[in-house]
Write a protein that binds this ligand. Structure first.
Ligand SMILES: *[C@@H]1O[C@H](CO)[C@@H](O)[C@H](O)[C@H]1NC(C)=O
Ligand SMILES: *[C@@H]1O[C@H](CO)[C@@H](O)[C@H](O)[C@H]1NC(C)=O
Ligand SMILES: *[C@@H]1O[C@H](CO)[C@@H](O)[C@H](O)[C@H]1NC(C)=O
Ligand SMILES: *[C@@H]1O[C@H](CO)[C@@H](O)[C@H](O)[C@H]1NC(C)=O
Ligand SMILES: *[C@@H]1O[C@H](CO)[C@@H](O)[C@H](O)[C@H]1NC(C)=O
Ligand SMILES: *[C@@H]1O[C@H](CO)[C@@H](O)[C@H](O)[C@H]1NC(C)=O
Length: 351
């Protein structure tokens, strides 16, 4: 259990990658690049923002924002250019030129990343209290497989609290004493320093690491999916999920992120982000593997886990979190951009 002084929010500069797709109209790459240059406002020239395979820095630009080894080689994609938008006009120009040349746009963004019965009991109680804790406290639960003689599910709890550890101890002891939180489980630090903690660096790591982009291709493959939970998942439901997780032969975990707080005071239709009032928490499912041969098995198991969870999560539509990119939902299998088709699949996006 960690304790810190302020909440984190991490968004990286807007990147737009542009890829051709087997669409009805054949994309015209040359016209597209000419259009970008012609449409660009001379005050904020776009040239320096465009990377094509002819630029020596194309691959490094690509891998620096590609965390997933499944997509680490730009040759395996239909990528024709990357626009590292430096000004909002670059985004507008890219959209206009892509549309007129039958080219699809993918928006890239950065940012985002334990035993048995006893832990399940605590987790079940966590579902009841986590969204009703004081607004200053964010308490995430992470069910995951533990390595050892026998595979088991353990639950890790991580929190950020805006206040002193003494005050936090009081809140936890009142609402979730089963956690057995102790003073030495907590770290006090500035809000800024919490950013490196959430990025999985050891406590005390300087925030300057956040400026570094990876210079080598990613070393692991992963698949992530998400769900929203509006009613507590019953114990038998959790057990079914653990049994499915135990079928994986590599790292797999879930992040249960409580909503509640201010989120619960805003109606779903009040802003562009609809996952507000009425959500207890969001689940992120995450599987990570190193062996390229394991990709098929992992994707199949993720599908199975998502299927097992269906009974217990939001429905009609089944909601998902846009920033955890999941090509299985909101996609256009026909290859033609069609919002209606994509929305049928699951995403609820207010535009
Ligand atoms: C990529 O190459 C083109 C053509 O030489 C150049 O105009 C452009 O500035 C280069 N892009 C970057 C990001 O350096
Ligand atoms: C992509 O293909 C080009 C041309 O075939 C090749 O020169 C380049 O090395 C390939 N890039 C990677 C990362 O495999
Ligand atoms: C692992 O499981 C076996 C069979 O159920 C059991 O006999 C053994 O004690 C377990 N080992 C540990 C370390 O829990
Ligand atoms: C923040 O982290 C740096 C180390 O990167 C440390 O020197 C500094 O004391 C920390 N500040 C606070 C207020 O936690
Ligand atoms: C939002 O939904 C509520 C009912 O759920 C409705 O009364 C309200 O008019 C809606 N607001 C907008 C802006 O659509
Ligand atoms: C992956 O599969 C290929 C072809 O079946 C095999 O040659 C290779 O050794 C396998 N790699 C690993 C790490 O198991």
């Amino acid at each position: 259990m960690q304790k810190m002084k302020v909440l984190f929010a991490m968004f990286l500069p807007l990147l737009v990658s542009v890829s051709s797709q087997a669409v009805v109209q054949k994309p015209n790459t040359g016209n597209f690049l000419r259009c970008l240059r012609d449409q660009s406002n001379p005050k904020n020239p776009i040239t320096k923002a465009i990377f094509t395979p002819q630029n020596s820095t194309f691959t490094s630009s690509y891998v620096s924002y590609t965390k997933n080894k499944r997509y680490s080689n730009p040759n395996d994609t239909n990528l024709i250019a990357i626009v590292e938008a430096k000004h909002e006009s670059h985004v507008q120009t890219t959209v206009v030129c892509a549309k007129s040349n039958a080219i699809q746009i993918r928006i890239r963004s950065g940012g985002h990343d334990y035993e048995g019965q006893g832990a399940t009991d605590v987790l079940h109680k966590w579902q009841l209290v986590s969204s009703k804790l004081p607004r200053e406290l964010f308490l995430r639960a992470m069910p995951q497989i533990t390595k050892g003689a026998n595979k088991t599910i353990a639950v890790n709890f991580i929190a950020q609290f805006l206040g002193s550890s003494k005050k936090l101890m009081g809140i936890i002891n009142k609402n979730l004493p089963e956690l057995g939180l102790k003073g030495e489980d907590c770290y006090e630090m500035s809000w800024l320093n919490t950013t490196t903690f959430w990025a999985d660096y050891p406590v005390g790591t300087s925030t300057s690491v956040l400026l570094k982009r990876p210079s080598t291709p990613p070393g692991a493959f992963f698949k992530s999916k998400s769900d929203y939970v509006k009613k507590p998942i019953p114990k038998e439901g959790m057990e079914k999920m653990w049994k499915t997780m135990l079928k994986f032969n590599n790292h797999v975990f879930m992040q249960w992120n409580p909503y509640g707080g201010v989120m619960d005071k805003i109606a779903a239709n009040a802003t562009a982000f609809p996952h507000r009032k009425g959500n207890l928490f969001k689940i992120q499912y995450f599987a990570l593997w190193i062996d390229a041969n394991a990709t098929k098995a992992n994707l199949a198991l993720m599908k199975e886990l998502y299927g097992v969870a269906e009974t217990y999560v939001s429905s009609n539509p089944r909601e998902a979190f846009l920033n955890y990119r999941d090509i299985d939902v909101g996609s256009n299998p026909s290859g033609v951009t069609n919002v209606a088709e994509a929305c049928i699949k699951a995403h609820v996006i207010n535009i």
